[in-house]
Design a protein around this ligand. Structure first.
Ligand SMILES: *[C@@H]1O[C@H](CO)[C@@H](O)[C@H](O)[C@H]1NC(C)=O
Ligand SMILES: *[C@@H]1O[C@H](CO)[C@@H](O)[C@H](O)[C@H]1NC(C)=O
Ligand SMILES: *[C@@H]1O[C@H](CO)[C@@H](O)[C@H](O)[C@H]1NC(C)=O
Ligand SMILES: *[C@@H]1O[C@H](CO)[C@@H](O)[C@H](O)[C@H]1NC(C)=O
Length: 366
């Protein structure tokens, strides 16, 4: 009973000494959390122990190495919506036991190299919904993290060598940004990365050799980009890849040999492209480990789709996956197909119109 009061007592002593009388950290027993409010400059120097910290109504334009001045074993630091614009080197060096660092919904546009140096036990570093337009090479130097979330920024480019000195990032989420420019060495240093999420960016080109450093990668999400084709060797290095998502891109042909390097591939999503032809046999030969291929929302004609589904069925590959389908137009198990012949790429909305019109025309009234 008695020990519960210790943090409070120390907190008020620290308060009395603090220059900024409005910045207060109070201890919430039920959440084992210090709630710090109104922090503008630095956090009060006080005992934080191994409790969580959450900032509320803070306004910290630049988070620098002195901003958090006391060494502590804080496991979770919630700095979301704290008006942060910049983070300088070694900003969190007093908090080496951090496992959760929440920096989402700030206005962060600049992070200096080594900003997260010293953080080697991170489960989640969250930088979602910020204003980053570029990745400064070295930002994650020395960081060891199970997951880094950078989605919903405005990042345009991943410079070569940007992550060379990263200790470890297992899941890297770079989705929903503006990434268009990638380099051969963009992913160098991420040798233990297992999941890479690049969905909904503006990628139209992947340089040869980009994945050569990532031979532990298991999941690659490239959905919702502007990819039209791949050079042979684009995916070289991805021997352990299990799932790849290429949906919502712009290719009208798919050369199955692009799957050749993927010795373990299990799941391939090529839905919502402009495919009207696919060499199923070559695909099977290139990827004998494949178990699921998602085909929907391409511009299939029903004869082509029937053959594809038949073939994949005989070799034990599921073509339907889960999720909704088109059941009120001509389709196979919800995969829309056209009764008329399709032998050229056409815009998807035009194709839908055609299928709908054909479907209505062919209803047999009796
Ligand atoms: C962090 O704090 C924000 C409010 O400032 C809250 O919405 C969010 O849920 C908190 N995150 C976690 C993981 O506690
Ligand atoms: C974000 O920061 C920029 C300066 O970097 C500033 O002009 C802008 O008003 C800020 N936006 C918000 C929502 O605070
Ligand atoms: C934050 O960093 C950006 C880009 O490095 C810089 O232009 C800006 O002046 C910095 N803002 C503050 C408040 O230091
Ligand atoms: C990456 O972030 C996006 C947006 O927050 C989310 O939808 C997606 O599930 C995340 N991916 C992974 C692998 O965590």
């Amino acid at each position: 009973m008695q020990f519960k009061w210790i943090p409070l007592v120390i907190c008020s002593i620290a308060l009395a000494n603090s220059q900024d009388i409005k910045s207060v950290c109070t201890f919430a027993h039920d959440k084992l959390t210090y709630l710090c409010s109104g922090i503008k400059g630095t956090f009060p120097s006080m005992f934080y122990g191994a409790y969580n910290i959450k900032c509320a109504g803070c306004e910290i334009p630049v988070f620098r190495s002195g901003t958090f001045p006391t060494s502590a074993d804080v496991p979770s630091f919630n700095l979301s919506s704290s008006g942060i614009q910049n983070i300088t080197s070694n900003a969190f060096s007093m908090l080496t036991k951090l496992r959760y660092l929440y920096l989402q919904n700030n206005n962060i546009s600049g992070i200096e190299p080594g900003a997260f140096r010293g953080l080697t036990q991170i489960n989640e570093l969250n930088l979602e919904h910020n204003a980053l337009t570029h990745i400064t090479p070295g930002v994650f130097d020395g960081l060891k993290a199970l997951a880094v979330h950078l989605s919903h920024n405005n990042i345009v480019e991943i410079p070569g060598g940007a992550f060379e000195q990263v200790d470890q990032i297992t899941t890297f989420n770079l989705s929903f940004s503006n990434i268009a420019i990638l380099h051969k060495d963009s992913l160098k240093g991420l040798s233990t990365m297992e999941i890479l999420d690049l969905q909904f960016n503006k990628i139209c080109y992947i340089p040869l050799g980009m994945f050569q450093y990532n031979d532990l990668l298991k999941g690659l999400d490239l959905k919702g980009n502007k990819l039209r084709n791949f050079l042979p060797g684009t995916f070289s290095g991805l021997k352990r890849l299990l799932t790849i998502n290429l949906a919502n891109n712009e290719f009208s042909e798919m050369d199955p040999s692009l799957l050749l390097p993927m010795a373990s591939i299990y799941y391939l999503d090529i839905s919502r492209n402009n495919l009207f032809y696919l060499d199923a046999q070559a695909l099977r030969q290139a990827a004998p480990t494949l178990k699921v291929i998602i085909l929907k929302d391409n511009i299939w004609d029903c004869a082509v789709l029937t053959n594809l589904v038949k073939f994949f069925k005989t070799v034990g590959i599921d073509t339907f996956g889960t999720g909704e389908g088109w059941y009120d137009v001509t389709n196979i198990n919800g995969i829309m197909c056209s009764m008329g012949h399709v032998n050229y790429a056409m815009p998807f909305d035009l194709y839908i119109k055609k299928v709908k019109a054909d479907s209505e025309k062919s209803v047999n009234y009796c």
